[in-house]
Design a protein around this ligand. Structure first.
Ligand SMILES: [Zn+2]
Ligand SMILES: [Zn+2]
Length: 264
């Protein structure tokens, strides 16, 4: 409920801001953007769907592990080792860094083989803007959330750090989809900017398989996937796959691709 309220406030604020600053877009488009109606549905439905799904998956895993295993791991929510001894602010900062590292690799995997049809949904926006941020298949969200949470908790960070870090990461995740081509100078190497992430969504050959990090571009710099040419801006967004443009069809799209073994 709190999450839905938080998202509604963010959505309405950005919608108002977007309408007021429409004339200053980096791309020439008409209001409302194509896909805004579909994206609105994602904002309303997808986070709740993903929460139910993660509860179901985590609940099943705990049941599988049995009550005794649950008791054994429950004390670990407070963290352990050096990570648990840190002050909360340091713990939150490092949680963001570590979760982003895990997300970087899961994101790279999502761009490959059988996982791609799930992630193709997020890449189906052709008019990319802040509202495209939540156009994510629940399986995609689930994979990212479970991988990053499991990684961070296994390093000993307390759950409280994750609870504080999650909305910060979520907000950055929305902002990097903004339709702006501002170059933030040296900051482009420190934190993910809209231009950094817009290159990730660019449907241009030289940008394919680039800029996977959600918050810290350092992972792309380290692992050779950083792409931000100085004097160029992405002009075309989306992907070459024929992803349907309705909510229900997008929900079943990965299943259809797997059943038909469509290699597209
Ligand atoms: Zn991607
Ligand atoms: Zn994106």
């Amino acid at each position: 409920m709190q999450k839905a309220l938080f998202l509604s406030v963010v959505f309405l604020s950005l919608l108002t801001l977007g309408a007021l600053t429409w004339r200053h877009r980096s791309s020439r488009r008409r209001w409302p953007a194509a896909g805004l109606r579909l994206d609105t549905l994602y904002w309303l439905v997808a986070p709740t769907l993903a929460t139910w799904l993660s509860r179901a998956v985590i609940g099943s895993l705990l049941l599988l592990g049995g009550l005794i295993a649950f008791r054994d791991v429950s004390h670990r929510w407070d963290g352990f080792g050096p990570a648990a001894a840190l002050p909360l602010w340091a713990s939150v900062m490092l949680t963001l860094v570590c979760a982003d590292f895990a997300n970087y690799w899961v994101h790279r995997l999502m761009h490959r083989g059988a996982l791609w049809p799930i992630h193709a949904i997020h890449h189906s926006s052709q008019e990319l803007d802040w509202h495209s941020a939540l156009r994510i298949h629940p399986f995609d969200r689930l994979a990212m959330q479970i991988a990053s949470a499991a990684f961070v908790v296994s390093l000993g960070f307390p759950l409280s750090a994750l609870v504080v870090a999650a909305p910060i990461a979520g907000l950055i995740g929305i902002l990097v989809h903004l339709d702006t081509s501002i170059d933030f100078g040296w900051l482009r190497y420190v934190i993910a900017t809209p231009l950094f992430h817009r290159w990730h969504h660019a449907d241009e050959p030289q940008a394919l398989g680039k800029n996977f990090a959600a918050i810290f571009p350092v992972w792309d710099i380290l692992f050779g996937t950083f792409y931000m040419p100085r004097h160029k801006r992405p002009t075309r967004f989306g992907c070459s796959d024929a992803v349907p443009q309705t909510f229900l069809a997008q929900m079943t799209y990965p299943l259809k691709r797997w059943v038909t073994r469509d290699p597209e």
